[in-house]
Design a binder for this molecule. Structure first.
Ligand code: DAH
Length: 357
């Protein structure tokens, strides 16, 4: 019995893992283990022998079971210690400054423009990118033969053979959302409509898909003066300058009468744009008083209501504000470009918190 005791207690103390422990348990106190077999021999002993051997065997069995349990607990502790060492983490280290994802300048500028006009009471409206040619052209007083249709390099959708209805178009501007907003909400109305537009054109300042934001305000006493004030407030807020001079240049758009293109005073000293000073003028948008035919197309009575409208290129003003030279890079998904020109994801533009800081 002493041999058994020494053999198993020694082996248990040396067992390297749970599998080795289990093998020892089976070999010692399992059904056919050495200690169990010895216990079976008790039956063949005289009562005196049995009285001697029985308790000693039981004590040995208990001792082995206790050693197994102790070793098992020690192995588990060691495993936990090892894990704690391996998974140790210094939570006091500073966070990594790397920005995994950034906000695209188009999204940023859309948010900035939205924040500015929301402050002046404009809601955001949207329309479909695949548009009926009536909404994109006719309703905006651009009839079938009008040169503006050709000038806009329109993408036409496919119609199946024998279908003579005019094809839908990829909207060439956000102006059709004016019509959709009038149809949906009637007058009075104050909306901006940011979104994608499409024209077959490609060079340093043109891509086949780009972004515009349309503005539309309709009420019973709206004039050019309201338009001028709104645009001045917008330009000051957007370019984050206290003073800016606007120049309204007479122009022509089919959907406005009168129409004006708006330039801002600027300088290009040293190749960087400064808004609000200098001797240059920079064209930034088209605008005017909504043409009576356009109001009629939107089911709004032109003898009661008037409105102003404007359209701005979002990508264009993003390039100007943030000094981005080539429009094509906007849509190439080059990570280096996105990291360079992108904005921190949690810096949402607001008027009180700052637009671009
Ligand atoms: N739709 C015009 C364009 O894409 C821009 C525009 C000009 C919109 C004058 C207007 C406006 O609302 O009044 O070139």
């Amino acid at each position: 019995m002493d041999d058994l005791r020494q053999k198993y207690l020694g082996a248990i103390a040396d067992a390297a893992d749970e599998a080795a422990l289990e093998a020892l348990r089976v070999a010692a106190v399992g059904k056919k283990g050495e200690v169990s077999l010895k216990m079976r021999e008790l039956g063949r002993m005289t009562p005196e022998e049995r009285q001697q051997a029985g308790p000693r065997l039981n004590a040995l069995k208990d001792e082995i079971n206790a050693a197994l349990a102790a070793r098992k607990a020690a192995l588990a502790d060691a495993a936990l210690d090892e894990r704690l060492r391996a998974e140790w983490l210094d939570v006091t280290l500073p966070a990594r400054p790397r920005r995994a994802g950034t906000i695209h300048p188009v999204s940023q500028v859309t948010e900035e423009v939205t924040a500015i006009f929301a402050d002046m009471g404009f809601a955001v409206a949207e329309g479909p990118q695949v548009e009926s040619d009536w909404h994109n052209f006719d309703a905006l007083n651009i009839p079938g033969h009008h040169p503006a249709r050709a000038e806009m390099d329109t993408f036409y959708m496919h119609r199946s053979e024998g279908d003579d209805r005019p094809p839908h178009v990829m909207r060439t501007h956000t102006s059709p959302v004016q019509i959709r907003s009038m149809e949906l909400s009637g007058a009075p109305l104050r909306v901006i409509c940011p979104g994608r537009v499409f024209r077959a054109d490609y060079d340093q300042t043109h891509t086949p898909m780009f972004h515009q934001v349309e503005g539309l305000a309709i009420d019973t006493d709206i004039s050019m003066a309201n338009l001028k004030w709104c645009l001045e407030e917008f330009v000051k807020a957007f370019f984050e300058v206290d003073n800016v001079e606007l120049r309204f240049r007479a122009s022509h758009f089919p959907f406005t009468e009168p129409s004006a293109e708006v330039d801002i005073r600027c300088s290009w000293e040293g190749g960087t744009l400064k808004v609000g000073e200098g001797d240059d003028w920079l064209e930034i948008l088209g605008s005017g008083m909504v043409h009576p035919k356009v109001l009629e197309a939107g089911n709004i009575h032109p003898s009661v209501w008037q409105g102003f409208a404007f359209g701005v290129g979002i990508d264009r003003i993003a390039m100007l504000k943030y000094g981005i030279p080539d429009l094509r890079a906007f849509f190439e998904s080059d990570l280096r470009w996105l990291r360079h020109y992108g904005f921190a994801a949690l810096d949402v533009p607001t008027l009180h918190g700052g637009l671009s800081r």
